[in-house]
Every structure is written in structure tokens, then in C-alpha cells.
Ligand binder design. Structure first.
Ligand SMILES: C[S@@+](CC[C@H](N)C(=O)[O-])C[C@H]1O[C@@H](n2cnc3c(N)ncnc32)[C@H](O)[C@@H]1O
Length: 275
């Protein structure tokens, strides 16, 4: 078995939790890469971060988001710095609504530079944190932040719509900020459910159109509110999920949608028969 460079303990643990999103086969560290022994496909590891993206998934808005976040990754954290009071209020609301506990296995899909995870840790939550993102630039920035903030997160470059994780791993799966522009929102939600354990909590947060007047420079590059892209995705959550909730954050500028994956396969089957 080959040696895989890793920077943190979560980064080395991550290698045992990954799968090829195209086949669902586990990935085995071999000669500095991660190999799907079923098909022979192998994935590289860049700066300690596995790159598990399928080229067929990088098109449309996903490609646009990848490009723009790669370019803007150096500046991204300035948004948090320039809007500190509002950002802290928003981070606090998200942390309060999500039930994350110390010891939980937690995945943030589209982790960006790690700001949400840092906030959870600052709230005293000492969980096992993992994150994926489509932008390598954002993940590099996250790696630097982790070092500065003394945080241990397992990072992988991957698409939120084809998560490179094996099934039923996480107690909490959450996403903040990229969802409105995903190519396939339903697929992203189903992937969050797949990697969640039975009984896990799942949360999504993104902007409502009320934020657009605050972003005059961006407004012309993003879809019109009439297109419906900023709607909370209540209708996309399978009816077999329980405790579906929706909340407004920051005076209606963001929505948060949360739900639970039923606790057992039996309960799941019962719900799909009765609802
Ligand atoms: C507004 S940032 C949010 C980052 C972080 N969650 C936060 O709250 O600060 C949106 C992130 O979504 C990522 N993203 C966009 N589309 C994605 C996709 N299809 N799969 C994974 N990540 C994606 C972007 O690269 C970017 O890092």
C-alpha cells in the first residue's frame, strides 16, 4: 500500500471514508493516489487534498462557481471581516439552529474557507469535522485557516451533487451558501441524505432575494429572483424525511431548512408506505 501525504489526523482518517462517486466503490490509497480497484480509476491527491471530481459534473453553474471561487478565494474571508457584526449574528443563528454536538461526525458540503466550522468550534463544539468543495482555491485557503486557527478538518475536493463519501457516515450534514446555483439541487439533497446516518440531522442555508439590493455589483451576473432559484427547497425534500423546518435568518436575507433522516430502515419503509 502506497504512502499518502496528509497534514492532519482528520485528513488521514478521511482516506478511509471515501468512495468513487461514479461507481460507489471504496477508494484505496496506492502509490500516492486513491484507487478504485473495481474499475482501476485513480484520483490524485493535491497538497494533501484528494481530488475526487468527475469531469462530467463540471459544467453550467458548477463550473462558473468553481471558476469564480477559485479566483476570489484570497478575498473571500474579507466578506466576514468587513461585515463582522452582521456575519457574527448570522453565524450565531446558524449555530443555534443546528443541533451539532461534541463527538458528532459532521460534514459541511461546500465548506469554503472553513468559517462555519470555526464558528462551531468557537461555540465549544468539539466534533469530527469534514468538508468538501468544488473549488480547490477555497480548500487551499481553508487549509491555511485551519493551521492558523488550530483546527483539524478532513478536506476533499468534490461536487456536492456527487459526494465522494461512503453511505451513512455522518451525524450532521450541512451546507451554507452555494445551493441556490447548484446544477441539480435535488441530487445534492439526496446525496446529503445518503451520507447521513439514520437519525442524522441535515441543514441547508442560502440567500433569499432580499439580499440582492445589498449586492449591486453581483446582481447583474446572477439569476433574476423571478426564476425561483432563491426559494427554500422544501418541495425537494423527500416525504420520507421527518421534522422538516424552515427559518428566516438575518431579517429574511437568508433561509435555513432543516430535517432529519428517519432513525431506522424500518421507519423509512413505514414512512414511504404511509405518506
Ligand atoms: C458562499 S461560499 C460558502 C462557503 C462556506 N460554506 C461559508 O459559509 O463561508 C459557496 C461555496 O460553495 C462552493 N460550491 C459551489 N458549487 C459547489 C458544488 N457543486 N459542489 C461543492 N461546492 C460548491 C463554492 O466553491 C464556495 O466555496
Amino acid at each position: 500500500m502506497g504512502y499518502v501525504k496528509s497534514n492532519t489526523s482528520k485528513q488521514s482518517e478521511l482516506h478511509h471514508l471515501l468512495q468513487n462517486p461514479a461507481t460507489g466503490n471504496p477508494l484505496i490509497p496506492e502509490d500516492g493516489r486513491l484507487r478504485d480497484r473495481g474499475t482501476g480509476a485513480s484520483f490524485r491527491i493535491r497538497n494533501g487534498i484528494p481530488v475526487i471530481l468527475l469531469p462530467k459534473d463540471i459544467f453550467g453553474w458548477n463550473k462558473k462557481q468553481q471558476r469564480s471561487y477559485d479566483c476570489g478565494s484570497y478575498l473571500y474571508d474579507l466578506i466576514y471581516r468587513f461585515h463582522r457584526a452582521k456575519a457574527n449574528q448570522w453565524l450565531q443563528q446558524i449555530a443555534d439552529l443546528m443541533r451539532v454536538q461534541s463527538g458528532d461526525y459532521v460534514l459541511e458540503t461546500s465548506v469554503g474557507t472553513g468559517q462555519q466550522i470555526r464558528n462551531l468550534q468557537q461555540h465549544g463544539i468539539n466534533a469530527h469535522f469534514f468538508g468538501n468543495d468544488i473549488s480547490f482555491g477555497m480548500l487551499r485557503q481553508c487549509q491555511k485557516n485551519m493551521k492558523r486557527w488550530k483546527l483539524d478538518i478532513g478536506l476533499v475536493q468534490g461536487n456536492a451533487e456527487a459526494l465522494p463519501f461512503v453511505d451513512q457516515l455522518f451525524d450532521v450534514v450541512f451546507h451554507v451558501g452555494g445551493f441556490n446555483f447548484f446544477n441539480d439541487k435535488e441530487r445534492a439533497i439526496n446525496e446529503m441524505i445518503r451520507v447521513a446516518k439514520p437519525g442524522a440531522r441535515i441543514y441547508l442555508v442560502d440567500e433569499t432575494p432580499d439580499i440582492l439590493p445589498n449586492l449591486p455589483l453581483f446582481s447583474r451576473f446572477i439569476p433574476d429572483p423571478a426564476s425561483g432559484v432563491y426559494e427554500p427547497p422544501i418541495d425537494l425534500i423527500p416525504r420520507t424525511m421527518s421534522n422538516i423546518q424552515s427559518h428566516d435568518l438575518l431579517e429574511g436575507m437568508f433561509w435555513l431548512v432543516g430535517f432529519e433522516k428517519p432513525g431506522s430502515d424500518r421507519e423509512l419503509r413505514r414512512r414511504s408506505l404511509t405518506e
